[in-house]
Design a binder for this molecule. Structure first.
Ligand code: ZN
Length: 54
């Protein structure tokens, strides 16, 4: 159990996916995808209650 919420980000444009925290989510929404620069909407983020990466 972690105190901070995590989101799974999947870029609709380039397909980049990563786990982000709320601060990173806000930054991505403001600045766009770090890889391709595509504009992002909240729909690009999903909450994951399970961690799939470990
Ligand atoms: Zn992208």
């Amino acid at each position: 159990m972690t105190a901070s919420e995590e989101f799974t980000f999947v870029c609709p444009d380039c397909g980049e996916s990563m786990e982000v925290n709320p601060a990173m989510k806000d930054a991505l929404l403001e600045n766009g995808c770090v890889v391709c620069g595509a504009e992002l909407t909240p729909a690009a983020f999903s909450t994951s209650s399970q961690s799939l990466d470990q």
